[in-house]
Design a protein around this ligand. Structure first.
Ligand SMILES: Cc1cc2nc3c(=O)[nH]c(=O)nc-3n(C[C@H](O)[C@H](O)[C@H](O)COP(=O)(O)OP(=O)(O)OC[C@H]3O[C@@H](n4cnc5c(N)ncnc54)[C@H](O)[C@@H]3O)c2cc1C
Length: 588
């Protein structure tokens, strides 16, 4: 590693979305030397795009408590979520949302001055048939408000930022300790080694894997792929959330907040078709249920438009006042991308890839955990993960809207607290073995080969199309096996890919090639895990195994990169203090 720049910190946080920033803030306030690395300027992280809000049982609009929130989350996740982590999250929610308000998040207000809350999908109707209203919102720009406030608080706490710096891989020693990361400074094209006593992955999701998606260009699952390359597994990768209301043909998100405010879906006959699929919750059933309903309406010929390929989201009846004050960003997106003003007409919508339920296996302290030599699970020393890249698992087989912004602040804080303890025990940096950065350097140098070859852009688009066609909303064994063949063939094509531009300074083509390598790992994890799970649960819907099977499949999937090995681990069905919610039939 001679000649490579080296930096040392107590803690390295990879990712500057809400998860990374909430953790970094806790650490910086405790006067730990903490560095946050982000491949984009921090406030461009995908958290900025979150619209609808963050869940907490504040009970500001209708009576509520954390126990109901817990029940809704367990049921929404189709009983695959770990109930100790879910209890922890739902109990912490009210305090952490108020804390966000104190950090400066400008929540929308009720007339009495309290935080405004709207109903969201999957929230129970416990109140004389009325639905809970649990999602705290700053108009329809909640993530924007949250991310900017957390960034400003970090600047005040003197967190070190390394912006536009791309992490390639973790640095690990012979005994399996994680000692930091190897990165590329995008501006100069120079490599840089970060050493740390604790490394926290907060690199976000991977829904760029699909052709139609709500996700930002940067959501390529980099942290998850790093973990696979370090020989560790990913958990529950078959569970990909398709959001029911992306703008048709484009995928840009129209928040569930629209239906929370009273918007609803109609088919070409003008029918409010959710009455047939979820008689009680209607348009506010959980996302997997609504996405399947839209898909079925279109497949059975009741789609709208000249190609009958979408349905309509109607909200003009809400009136201009509500639309302008509570959904201004949605109105703007609809006008720009669908050429419709929702005050006057409905928005054409269709399901779009949105969220990665699976990810890096962790416990509720944010520690990355993995089975050691096929034995019981243990914490990987020095490594933590939180946010969308992690699988705690609080979302189980299907995440409820508004629970991810909550997940990132709750577990960002919890992981930081555990890191503080860890730093108390590990007072010195362990020596970085010579050669620790060799595999990452080799990955970088592989892209210096020139000459004719495949184009990175073409391979990426082929991958995204294959995932949409062979690992989408509805699945069968044949379709998934064809998906495996297609993705494996693309892995081969990728080996022949070359970069035309070999320059160093701001070479975004090189970054995109490295991101595609990561997406390829995530694609393999997703199709292999999906082909292994022979039941339907949450977002994983198998036409050949239409029922949930709690006897055979109430367990988490683990996928390893080597030999594409699949393993399983039990669901933590015991909460921390309350009685468990045993699996029941899930209806809305
Ligand atoms: C359009 C949209 C709307 C949403 N609305 C809501 C909502 O209303 N409510 C809700 O609860 N959830 C919502 N979600 C989900 C939620 O916003 C995300 O799950 C959550 O914000 C993820 O936060 P994060 O901190 O884990 O990751 P992100 O915010 O995605 O941040 C990832 C960070 O990692 C960095 N990074 C990644 N790879 C590398 C690398 N190789 N090197 C260096 N840095 C790297 C990035 O630069 C970035 O800083 C929405 C999601 C989308 C896409």
């Amino acid at each position: 590693m001679t000649g490579i720049a080296r930096r040392r910190f107590d803690c390295l946080v990879i990712g500057a979305g809400g998860a990374g920033l909430r953790a970094a803030l806790q650490l910086a306030q405790a006067e730990v030397s903490v560095a946050v690395i982000s491949k984009v300027y921090p406030t461009r992280s995908h958290t900025v795009a979150a619209q609808g809000g963050i869940n907490a049982a504040l009970g500001n609009v209708r009576p509520d408590n954390w126990h109901w929130h817990m029940y809704d989350t367990v049921k929404g996740g189709d009983y695959l979520g770990d109930q100790d982590a879910i209890e922890y999250m739902c109990r912490a929610a009210p305090r952490l949302v108020v804390e966000l308000e104190h950090y400066g998040v400008p929540f929308t207000r009720l007339e009495n001055g309290r935080i405004y809350q709207r109903p969201f999908g999957g929230q129970s109707q416990n109140f004389g048939g009325e639905q809970a209203a649990r999602t705290c919102a700053a108009a329809d720009r909640t993530g924007h408000a949250l991310l900017h406030s957390l960034y400003q608080q970090n600047l005040r706490a003197k967190t070190h930022f390394f912006d536009e710096c791309f992490v390639l891989d973790l640095l690990v020693d012979q005994e399996g300790y994680v000692l930091g990361a190897f990165a590329l400074e995008i501006e100069t094209g120079e490599p840089i080694v970060f050493e740390a006593k604790a490394t926290l992955l907060a690199t976000g999701g991977s829904a760029r894997l699909y052709r139609t998606t709500t996700n930002a260009l940067i959501n390529t699952g980099d942290g998850m792929a790093m973990v696979l390359r370090a020989g560790l597994p990913l958990e529950d990768m078959e569970f990909v959330q398709f959001h029911p209301t992306g703008i048709a043909g484009i995928g840009i998100l129209i928040s569930e907040g629209v239906r929370g405010e009273g918007g609803y879906l109609v088919n070409s006959r003008g029918e409010r078709f959710m009455e047939r699929y979820a008689p009680k919750a209607l348009d506010l059933a959980s996302r997997d249920v609504v996405s399947r309903a839209i898909y079925t309406e279109v497949k059975e010929g009741r789609g709208c438009g000249p190609n009958k390929d979408h349905v309509l989201l109607k909200l003009d009846h809400l009136g201009p006042e509500i639309i302008k004050s509570r959904l201004p960003g949605i109105r703007e997106s609809a006008m720009i991308f669908a050429q419709v003003d929702p005050i006057e007409g409905p928005i054409p919508v269709y399901p779009t890839a949105h969220y990665t339920m699976g990810g890096i296996p962790t416990d509720r302290f944010g520690r990355v955990v993995a089975p050691v030599r096929h034995g019981p699970e243990e914490a990987v020393p020095g490594l933590y993960a939180v946010g969308e890249c992690a699988c705690v698992s609080v979302h189980g087989a299907n995440r409820l809207g508004g629970n991810s912004l909550l997940d990132i602040v709750v577990f960002g804080r919890a992981a930081a607290n555990h890191i503080l303890e860890h730093l108390g025990e590990y007072r010195y940096h362990r020596p970085l073995p010579t050669g620790a950065a060799e595999p990452a350097l080799a990955r970088l140098e592989r892209w210096a080969q020139s000459g004719p070859g495949e184009s990175v852009d073409e391979v990426r688009e082929a991958l995204r199309l294959a995932m949409e066609q062979y690992c989408g909303v509805f699945r069968t064994q044949d379709v998934l096996e064809e998906g495996i063949r297609q993705v494996e063939a693309l892995v081969q094509r990728m080996e022949r890919a070359r970069l035309k531009d070999q320059s160093k300074v701001f070479n975004t083509a090189r970054v995109e090639a490295l991101e595609l390598e990561n997406l390829m790992e995530i694609a393999l994890a997703t199709v292999y895990s999906a082909a292994a799970r022979k039941e339907s649960r949450g977002a994983h819907s198998r036409l050949d195994y239409p029922k949930r099977d709690d006897v055979g499949w109430l367990k988490h999937t683990l996928y390893y990169r080597d030999e594409r090995r699949i393993d399983f681990k039990p669901v933590r069905t015991k909460p921390m203090t309350v009685d468990a919610f045993p699996p029941r039939e899930r209806t809305y």
